[in-house]
Ligand binder design. Structure first.
Ligand code: BGC
Length: 775
């Protein structure tokens, strides 16, 4: 019976009642029943316990639509799903840089799940794109944890507003597909915190997903399905996650360790493979029954949450959602080049479309997220009204074969067109869940054809359909490039609208397109056939690396053009100093200089401007973004609130986030490389880190802290023979240490002084000094 809850108080009462109902149920369960509840009943359901009236609920893939198994499809039904709607994939949603749009997608998918009685959708995927090669990059949002986290939170909030859960996945550091069940991601603590955990931390804190899915891989030597530190100490105890952790499908290795670590539900059902081991472990005291009970409670909490939130009256409309996919895609498509304003195309221009993708678009990726679409818009269908359009296949969308006849015929036809649009992209086989790419090239036939067409026509536009960056050897020869990624089943109409100016593109790249694969920071350490993957690039993923090394890229993170022209006006901060427990407001004016209405993505980055810092930092990091609609010649003010998280780094000495005192540039940028305007803010920590000096502390570090320098001065003076008892003073010092003792002393440790002062400075002197300066 659904509980009727209104307002926070009743919600709290409902939760208390539910908790006590669950605790009572757990007491009534036998050990065997408890263990069995901690794994599914089949591929998609939790277990039912009839004796106690405990129902079973269903989960289903996503996340770019609903992939619900069609049980009526017969024997092979695991691989057949009901007809549903394919929304733009994760990489597209991130390209929108628009949390409202992403929330709308979440709401639509949540509605479908509710209507189809699905308790939770298995997504979103929130792993960082470490390399363009990862076969599942289309399912992930970005190379940047802030953007990923914000977009994931918006998606989750959308789905869950419909009374349906999500499963934030794959937690964590699942950044490649090869050996995905058994490779070990070796990541230093600061990098883990700032990059690979950060996207999850933001999503967990800002959207409270009902469930989290643990990844297949190991992290720092521990299988994720047994990783107590990550599944319990960090996820639950630090971040406050209060939902269920389920395994990725088949991710369990040692179920006993898993339960102790906080992995509540094993999916899918492994036919009781581990049940006896868990029962024995409880009986012989290897596993505390209270650990098992906690997992059972969480499974039941999830089941009853789903039952209570289920609403039989909800229906959904495929046609409406199909139309929505087009509108969403239009918010995501990225215009990468538009020389001579070749776009938008005018209706009376004679245009040739080339490429199999124009008839058979690639709009989603392969693997568990694959949607069985009820309908797909190809651009040829979308453009039927246009009699000034011709089509040549040129190359197939299904593979990389070359048919010389089709090739030549396309080049020949291109000569006579006013404009040529080549629909290029990656065939399905090139990128998919389960394996990684080993290069970032388009099929050779496509590159060759684009090249050949540019020889006979100077107005060539390339439309790309791919899930991850590709190399573009022809970038300087074509006039326009439109990155549509894998933008869902509305692809054809959405692309036509952009090409013909019915929609003004407003997407921005959520990842860097490198000039060459070899430039990518993870290039040396990515995949291969290794089981141990060392994340040696550390915090320098994506643009953090390219900007630090001042390396040219094909297109930077955050890049994207519009048919409008935007400029920026006054920028202001409401304080130029802040403590790290305070916030500041940043405002900036955006102006549409053209008469074409359009949307600008205002990007805010923070750059530490602290000379002689000892902290290695990226040049700048994204800390805010806002998409703003402007009518022709309209001006709007956009505002951001920044808090400690905009300035802090993860300090492994104190195992916490810390703001190094100093100046920070708050920058408004067009993309990760292009700063438009900035203001400097001085930020200091409320609780400054206490320096910890020891025998190895060097002169320079001590002298930088005035109080410590004052105390330590006599210690060094003694070393430099400056004490009053010494007959020869400055002359000796100069002779022994060169003309500038400061230079000599710079890297001298406190213990060097004892070791090298001919007995003048004693061990006890050093101990006394250390204890004084540490105070
Ligand atoms: C994938 C998950 C997916 C699950 C169920 C796994 O192989 O990694 O993302 O949700 O299968 O299909």
């Amino acid at each position: 019976m659904p509980l009727t809850v209104h307002g926070t108080d009743q919600l709290a009462i409902g939760k208390v009642l539910m908790d006590s109902k669950i605790k009572t149920l757990v007491k009534k369960l036998t050990l065997e029943e408890k263990v069995s509840l901690c794994s599914g009943s089949d591929f998609w359901h939790t277990k039912e316990i009839e004796r106690l009236g405990i129902p079973s609920v269903m989960v289903s893939d996503g996340p770019s639509g609903l992939r619900k198994q069609d049980y009526e499809a017969g024997a092979n039904s695991v691989n057949t799903s009901i007809k549903a709607v394919c929304f733009p994939t994760a990489v597209n949603l991130a390209s929108s840089f628009d949390v409202d749009i992403v929330r709308t997608v979440g709401e639509a998918i949540g509605e479908e799940c509710q209507a189809e009685n699905v308790a939770a959708i298995l997504g979103p995927g929130n792993n960082i794109k470490r390399s363009p090669l990862c076969g599942r990059n289309f399912e992930y949002y970005s190379e940047d944890p802030y953007l990923s986290g914000k977009i994931a939170a918006a998606f989750i909030n959308g789905v869950q507003s419909k009374g349906v859960g999500t499963s934030l996945k794959h937690f964590c550091a699942n950044n490649q597909e090869y050996r995905r069940n058994s490779y070990d991601s070796r990541i230093d603590e600061r990098t883990l915190r700032e990059i690979y955990l950060k996207s999850f931390e933001i999503a967990v804190k800002e959207s409270k997903p009902w469930t989290v899915m643990c990844a297949y891989n190991l992290v720092n030597g521990v299988q994720m399905s047994e990783n107590k530190r990550l599944l319990t100490d960090i996820l639950r105890d630090e971040w406050g996650f209060d939902g269920l952790v389920m395994s990725d499908w088949g991710a369990v290795r040692n179920r006993v360790k898993g339960i102790a670590a906080g992995l509540d539900l094993e999916m899918p059902y492994s036919y009781g493979a581990y049940d006896k081991l868990v029962i024995d472990a409880v009986k012989n005291g290897e596993l505390a029954e209270s650990d098992l009970d906690r997992c059972v409670e969480r499974v039941l909490d999830f089941v009853y949450r789903a039952i209570e939130n289920h609403d039989d009256s909800v229906t959904w409309n495929k046609e409406e959602h199909h139309i929505l996919t087009r509108d969403i895609a239009n918010e995501c498509i990225v215009l990468l080049k538009n020389e001579g304003k070749v776009l938008p195309i005018k209706n009376d221009e004679y245009v040739l479309f080339i490429g199999g993708f124009a008839k058979k678009p690639r709009f989603q990726g392969g693997g568990s997220s694959h949607i069985n679409c009820a309908s797909v818009d190809s651009i040829m269908m979308a453009m039927q009204w246009n009699s000034k359009l011709a089509y040549e296949e040129g190359f197939s969308a299904s593979d990389d074969s070359c048919d010389p006849k089709k090739f030549d015929s396309a080049v020949k036809a291109a000569k006579n067109a006013d404009k040529v649009v080549v629909f290029a992209g990656l065939p399905d086989l090139y990128e998919c869940e389960g394996y990684d790419r080993d290069h970032i090239d388009l099929p050779k036939v496509q590159n060759d054809l684009i090249e050949a067409v540019t020889q006979v026509n100077s107005h060539v536009i390339v439309v790309l359909e791919n899930g991850s960056p590709v190399a573009m050897p022809w970038v300087d020869k074509v006039e326009a490039i439109l990155e549509t990624y894998l933008c869902g089943e509305g692809v054809g109409v959405a692309t036509a609208r952009v090409l013909y100016g019915k929609c003004n593109p407003s997407g921005r790249l959520p990842e860097t397109f490198p000039l060459r694969l070899e430039d990518n920071p993870s290039y040396i350490d990515f995949s291969g056939d290794c089981t141990q993957i060392d994340y040696r690039e550390g915090i320098f993923t994506g643009y953090r690396y390219y900007t630090k090394k001042k390396m040219p890229v094909l297109f930077p993170f955050g890049y994207g053009l519009s048919y409008s022209t935007f400029s920026y006006g006054m920028m202001a901060v409401d304080a130029d100093k802040m403590k790290d427990d305070e916030t500041i407001e940043v405002t900036v004016d955006v102006i549409n200089e053209s008469n074409i209405p359009g949307k600008e993505v205002v990007q805010l980055y923070v750059e530490a401007d602290i000379p002689n810092t000892k902290i290695r930092r990226a040049v700048r990091e994204l800390k805010g973004f806002a998409k703003v609609y402007l009518e022709g010649h309209e001006r709007k003010t956009v505002s951001f609130i920044l808090d400690k998280s905009a300035f802090a780094y993860y300090d492994t000495e104190i195992s916490d986030w810390y703001v190094e005192p100093g100046d920070y540039k708050v920058e408004i940028c067009k993309d990760a490389e292009t700063v438009v305007t900035y203001k400097t803010v001085n930020v200091v920590p409320k609780k400054p880190k206490k320096p910890k000096f020891n025998e190895n502390s060097i002169y320079k570090d001590i002298m930088e802290i005035p109080a410590a320098a004052k105390i330590a001065k006599p210690y060094y003076d003694k070393y430099l023979f400056k004490d009053p008892d010494t007959a020869s003073t400055d002359e000796v010092a100069t002779e022994a240490f060169g003309s500038d003792p400061e230079v000599f002393l710079r890297d001298t440790t406190l213990r060097n002084v004892v070791n090298m002062s001919f007995g003048k400075v004693t061990y006890e002197d050093m101990q006394e000094l250390i204890s004084k300066i540490n105070k």
